[in-house]
Design a protein. Structure first.
Lengths: 530, 288
């Protein structure tokens, strides 16, 4: 190449650069082009959470917001996939005996813990035995007789009764997840809520926690990913980020302002009234969280007025769900009327027994009160202050109850006190909480007589037993319908509404899998493009 | 007759006092006649009309439950003035009793004052939060907590007056005549402590309104859904950008009430201070 053509090339190159940068300056297309070049490694992701952690022991708590953090740190035998179905995470293969009483799991080989140790069947056995003891969900697996170590990477579960799909579901569930930790740690921390060390197998590892301030994770350099394509919580996971810092920011307004000031990249739990504004704001992206959350009113079935079914029926008949929904969230996009106990996103969603739903019939409520012989005793309604939706739903339901002549004593508590009070049958008559159950058998944890409210009945127990071993979807669907009818007829709880949560992220946070908008945050395969 | 007229003139000539009165009297009237002034029930839900901005039907708009903010603010003044007033009443009763005892009887003084010092160590709001967390949110608990918090200040004021007055010759004279201690305290000492006490109680009133709002804002004061000003602001802070009227109006009311009471307190101090009184009566006499 001679000198002339060299100069020409240089000139052309310069020209094209100028041209491109002009174009980029005009409408930012250049930026998008560089974005499409692919994932970027590095950077610190700042996440704002809405409340602090009562404990860091995920196995022992169904409390939020721990899963948002620990989903990056820990893994279980199964994780939730894109359709909220259990998909293999630390397992490679599994087999069920014909009588469904023996399950064998082949584990992934070469998986390392954050402390450098290789995961083996021994760790799985120790972790799951701890989980079975300390987890509110683990104790529902009472039929699990023994976990046997077959080889270094094979474990076998022996059950007293046939167990079906339920096993995979319960091992994959986000709340008090059956995570795998090194055997030494599992055995050194036998008590729930008191874990000595946070060591898992996830793509990020625990770094530092300052109470009420922040929790920092850093990339686990020796993470061994699966080879199958990314699938929400499982599949191939890549840790692009150097660190993730979870800030505790209780004030919703501060979280929004922090997002707009680029202080936070991802913020959780926003009031939906911010949706419209965030949608038009530059550099941020609001995310509607699926699945819908069921807000449900739990009664004390053990002690007090609501042990009487007529009292519960009174409340069931007088609740006007639409009014509760409208007071709970600001805009129509964020609430929905649905009689089912399974969210609209679940395959089990059904309108069975919908005649009991959303009646808003004060007169009928009064009749049931008369039948129950209610004499104006004060009803203790516990309200959680930190959750604005629950807080507002409680106030609305209380007003509706007052209209029928029930004397309601609204008692407002912070999370820790609320959790303690609701567990005391003498301190609680009712409270509202929220959650979602994508499968009927998962209801057993809350409505099997152990969870506050202490609802249980022979008929529902029978359905749970059948569900535990049934694998055919059509039959499970029918059982799910039956369970819904039983819950409504016995007024195990009252469905007071469905609402969607709102999160938001900066547009510089790249999340091609849509992991951030699903349920709890999963931050693998997420990168920063600043 | 004439002296009473001069007394009244003395009050009305004080601009601060007058301005304070001009602010506070309307608020007090609103508080007393709240049920007649408020067009809606402050607890009535109407979720279809939530977040309505200010309009002719809803002067201050509606909140997240569709409740009328004007009605809530009006009823809120009743709660705030009731809590403030009760706190002022209880603190003055307790403050007078303890202050008189501790100022008059040397034997009790050391013990009582150390207890009061102990209470005063804590920052007010912090101790208030602690007390409310222990007792649970209830309007009477707020009054109780604030009484505990504010009594030491009243006690100190009363005690220092008593210490000064009890060395006066007329007290010695009464004692020599064999007048009972209780009579000396109530007839001869108490009336002479009243001036600084009234000023301090007025400030206490304002302080109580502020602290009650603060505690309610934090969710530890008057329990929702009661429309206390602090509650309205606390519930509204989530919507400050979409529905700012939820915070503005109760905020303005709190500021006005506290400002009014503080102005009255300042004015009273000027009026009741004997040194200033001397000056003003001189002026008065020259005019007459």
């Amino acid at each position: 190449m001679n000198r002339k053509s060299q100069v020409l090339c240089l000139l052309l190159g310069l020209l094209s650069l100028v041209f491109l940068s002009c174009e980029g300056g005009k409408d930012g297309r250049l930026r998008e082009k560089t974005e499409s070049t692919g994932p970027v490694r590095g950077g610190t992701l700042n996440v704002a959470l809405w409340v602090s952690f009562p404990t860091l022991d995920w196995q022992s708590t169904v409390g939020h917001p721990l899963p948002q953090v620990m989903l990056q740190v820990y893994e279980g035998l199964f994780g939730l996939g894109k359709d909220f179905d259990p998909e293999p995470e630390l397992t490679e293969s599994w087999a069920v005996s014909k009588d469904k009483m023996t399950w064998t799991f082949g584990l992934r080989k070469g998986v390392l813990f954050h402390n450098g140790k290789e995961m083996t069947a021994e760790d799985v056995k120790a972790s799951l035995e701890r989980w079975k003891r300390v987890s509110p969900r683990g104790v529902t697996l009472k039929e699990l007789r023994e976990i046997e170590i077959v080889s270094k990477d094979t474990v076998r579960f022996y059950f007293d009764k046939p167990v079906g799909r339920f096993l995979k579901l319960i091992l994959a569930a986000d709340e008090s997840k059956a995570v795998i930790m090194p055997k030494e740690i599992a055995e050194a921390s036998p008590q729930g809520g008191a874990l000595n060390e946070i060591v898992g197998t996830g793509p990020y590892q625990f770094d530092e926690y300052r109470t009420e301030e922040y929790l920092r994770l850093k990339r686990f350099e020796k993470y061994v990913p699966r080879t199958d394509p990314p699938n929400y919580q499982t599949g191939k996971k890549v840790a692009y980020l150097d660190d993730i810092i979870f800030w505790i920011v209780p004030e919703a307004f501060t979280r929004v302002a922090g997002l707009e000031r680029e202080e936070y990249d991802v913020v959780t739990r926003l009031p939906d009234s911010e949706f419209e504004r965030l949608r038009s704001a530059e550099g941020v992206e609001p995310l509607v969280t699926v699945p819908a959350l069921l807000d449900y009113l739990i009664f004390n079935h053990k002690k007090g007025d609501f042990a009487d079914i007529n009292m519960r029926r009174a409340v069931q008949s007088l609740v006007n769900v639409e009014e509760v929904d409208r007071s709970m969230v600001a805009s129509k996009e964020f609430w929905t009327l649905n009689p089912s106990i399974y969210p609209p996103e679940s395959a089990y969603n059904t309108d069975e027994a919908s005649e009991y739903y959303n009646q808003g019939n004060i007169e009928k409520g009064k009749e049931f009160l008369k039948k129950a012989g209610y004499r104006g005793e004060k009803v203790k309604f516990l309200v959680l202050r930190e959750e604005p939706e629950i807080y507002r739903a409680s106030i609305t339901v209380a007003e509706q109850m007052k209209a029928a002549g029930i004397k309601v004593d609204l008692m407002f508590y912070d999370l820790a006190t609320w959790v303690a009070k609701r567990a005391d049958p003498y301190e609680m008559d009712m409270f509202i909480t929220k959650g979602y159950w994508l499968d009927p058998s998962l209801f057993h944890a809350e409505f099997g007589g152990r969870f506050p409210g202490w609802f249980t009945s022979p008929e529902t127990e029978e359905v749970f037993t059948e569900l535990a071993s049934e694998t055919d979807f059509e039959k499970r669907y029918q059982l799910g319908k039956k369970l819904q009818r039983l819950f409504y007829e016995k007024v195990a709880f009252v469905n007071v509404g469905y609402h969607y949560g709102l999160k938001a992220k900066r547009t510089s946070v790249k999340d091609p899998e849509g992991n951030i908008s699903r349920g709890n945050l999963t931050l693998h395969n997420v990168w920063l493009d600043r | 007759m004439r002296s009473k007229y001069i007394e009244l003139r003395r009050f009305l000539r004080n601009r601060l006092f007058l301005l304070g009165l001009l602010i506070l009297v309307p608020i007090a009237l609103v508080a007393i006649f709240a049920p007649f002034i408020a067009p809606f029930d402050p607890l009535d839900l109407d979720v279809k009309n939530k977040f309505l901005p200010m309009n002719s039907g809803h002067l201050f708009g509606t909140d997240e439950f569709g409740r009328d903010v004007f009605s809530r603010v009006v009823h809120g003044s009743t709660i705030s003035l009731r809590v403030g007033g009760l706190t002022a009443l209880f603190t003055s009763i307790l403050g007078i009793v303890i202050g008189l005892a501790s100022g008059y009887y040397k034997s009790m003084d050391a013990v009582i004052m150390r207890v009061m010092d102990g209470l005063m160590i804590f920052p007010g709001l912090l101790l208030g939060i602690m007390l409310m967390a222990a007792m649970g949110p209830h309007e009477m608990n707020v009054v109780l907590a604030m009484t505990i918090l504010y009594t030491p200040r009243i006690v100190r004021v009363v005690r220092s007056s008593v210490l000064e007055i009890k060395t006066m010759e007329y007290i010695d004279a009464a004692r020599v005549l064999g007048v009972h201690d209780l009579r000396i305290l109530l007839r001869h000492i108490l009336p002479n402590c009243l001036a600084p006490l009234i000023v301090q109680v007025t400030f206490g009133f304002a302080w109580a309104i502020l602290v009650e709002s603060g505690l309610s804002f934090l969710g530890l004061g008057t329990p929702p859904p009661a429309p206390s000003w602090g509650n309205i602001i606390g519930d509204g802070r989530e919507f400050i950008r979409t529905a700012p009227w939820l915070m503005i109006f109760p905020g303005v009311m709190i500021s006005a009430a506290v400002l009014g009471l503080n102005l009255i307190g300042d004015g009273l101090r000027d009026i009741l201070d004997p040194k200033l009184r001397h000056v003003s009566s001189k002026v008065e006499s020259s005019v007459v």
